[in-house]
Design a protein around this ligand. Structure first.
Ligand code: HAM
Length: 429
């Protein structure tokens, strides 16, 4: 026996039976973001490693240990994108579409992180994200959040909680960082090992530790929100006001700090308790310093990304996924002339009723075997063409579900007969 090649751990095939759910989710996302006037951008999956190191941050989990980094054939260090924001900014600077403009773009596609695979956490996963540039006030932060809330409504999703925080500007954050660091140093012995390490490299990340002892210590830690600079405080209050007046509920989570370094001011996450440890479905915030950090002119920016697999898992848990799409009409034939006729008839039905889905049996089996396939296909109607039908210009229409009726009609009357079996909905489909 030859060894079989398996897929890579944490990288999954999305099989045909999941196709309807993915397509429906993707189409709903597209409808919602386009209704806000966002334009789609498609970017390379591979970028120079330095792009991620300089944007996400050298001392983050992603850059330190999760990137798929390799040397290109000419020795250049490249990385499979772990997220989409850095690429958008790189592209915006390169093509000059950021400076002095108001930009709203979105993207979707696979991202790669070498994390420990578990439910809701994969090494190849899909994100849909939106990024905006050139808008300073809290209105755009609110718009992004309203857009996600509209998406949840369009999908019928419930049970998501919006958590908000503000990280302030760079100076306020640096001052807070020092204050937090000296507090944590004074309680070092009570911290978990990971937090002790982070305390020196990236103390803010200690704030989102899940360790119970560390969390206990953090209850007494200085609060980030109290250390905010005046303009960040105003921005945050402005955002809270806009959300309240739009009827969006939120909770302020002073420990929300995010795992990427480029954020300033607003950060937010949509969280569910229904998915276990990987409960963040969508996350984002402001990154006003990133464009200049990557060599562009100073440009305010704000965005988010959502995990498609996590969204689908939540939709499934709430029983909201559409059934797999199956053709509603199945065409059977016997004999060479009938086989030819079957193709013509199937084409004519597709032309008139493209929404039905028509599948033609292609193979050598007799009518009985074909009927079994038709039954198993999930189709509602079988169209049968035998020698007699061909000679007489007829077609047999058989109902496959419910009461098994069978009717021979003229081929010219087929569409009318099909209407009886598969009526159009109110939109004429
Ligand atoms: P992130 O929090 O790293 O942010 O990822 C956003 C979302 O992607 C997460 O909330 C989660 O739903 C999903 N996700 C992340 N890692 C995985 C994984 N290993 N497996 C499955 N799903 C995952 C960002 O990526 C930022 N670029 C978001 C952003 C855009 N901020 C501003 N603009």
């Amino acid at each position: 026996m030859v060894d079989r090649i398996q897929s890579i751990r944490g990288m999954h095939d999305i099989l045909p039976e999941a196709g309807a759910a993915w397509s429906w989710l993707e189409a709903t996302i597209r409808e919602v973001v386009e209704s806000y006037g966002y334009q789609k951008i498609r970017l390379p999956i591979v970028e120079k490693t330095e792009l991620f190191a300089r944007s996400i941050g050298e001392v983050t989990d992603i850059v330190e240990k999760e990137m798929y980094t390799f040397a290109d054939r000419n020795g250049e260090s490249l990385t499979l994108r772990p997220e989409g924001t850095a690429g958008c900014v790189r592209s915006g600077i390169e093509h000059g579409f950021l400076h002095n403009q108001l930009v709203r773009i979105w993207y979707s596609g696979p991202m790669f992180r070498h994390e420990r695979p578990q439910k809701g956490r994969y090494r190849q996963f899909y994100q849909m994200g939106a990024e905006t540039f050139g808008m300073e006030g809290p209105a755009i932060d609110a718009e992004l959040i309203l857009m996600t809330a509209r998406l949840w409504r369009a999908l019928g999703l419930g049970g998501l909680r919006l958590e908000l925080n503000s990280l302030g500007n760079a100076e306020a954050r640096a001052a807070y960082r020092d204050e937090l660091q000296s507090f944590l140093r004074s309680r070092r012995d009570e911290l978990d090992e990971d937090s002790r390490r982070r305390l020196e490299s990236n103390p803010l990340r200690v704030l989102d530790s899940k360790d119970p002892d560390t969390r206990e210590v953090l209850r007494e830690a200085p609060q980030l929100l109290e250390a905010l600079d005046e303009s960040s405080r105003e921005h945050f209050e402005g955002l809270c006001e806009l959300l309240s007046s739009a009827g969006i509920e939120y909770v302020i989570n002073p420990r929300l700090v995010r795992g990427l370094d480029y954020y300033s001011r607003t950060v937010f996450e949509w969280v569910t308790d229904a998915l276990g440890a990987q409960g963040t479905v969508c996350a984002g915030g402001r990154y006003d310093a990133l464009v200049s950090q990557l060599g562009g002119r100073e440009t305010p920016a704000c965005g988010f990304a959502m995990g498609i697999e996590r969204l689908l898992a939540l939709l499934e848990a709430q029983d909201l996924l559409p059934a797999p799409a199956v053709p509603r009409v199945y065409v059977l034939s016997q004999g060479a002339a009938a086989r030819r006729e079957a193709l013509h008839i199937a084409e004519a039905v597709r032309e008139a009723r493209p929404e039905l889905g028509v599948q033609v049996y292609c193979g050598e089996g007799g009518l009985k075997a074909q009927m079994k396939r038709a039954d198993r296909s999930g189709a509602e109607v079988a169209l049968i063409l035998g020698e007699q039908e061909v000679v007489e210009g007829m077609v047999t229409v058989r109902a496959l579900r419910g009461e098994a009726t069978q009717n021979m009609v003229a081929q010219t009357a087929l569409l009318a007969e099909l209407l009886r079996h598969c009526p159009m909905d109110q939109e004429g489909r």
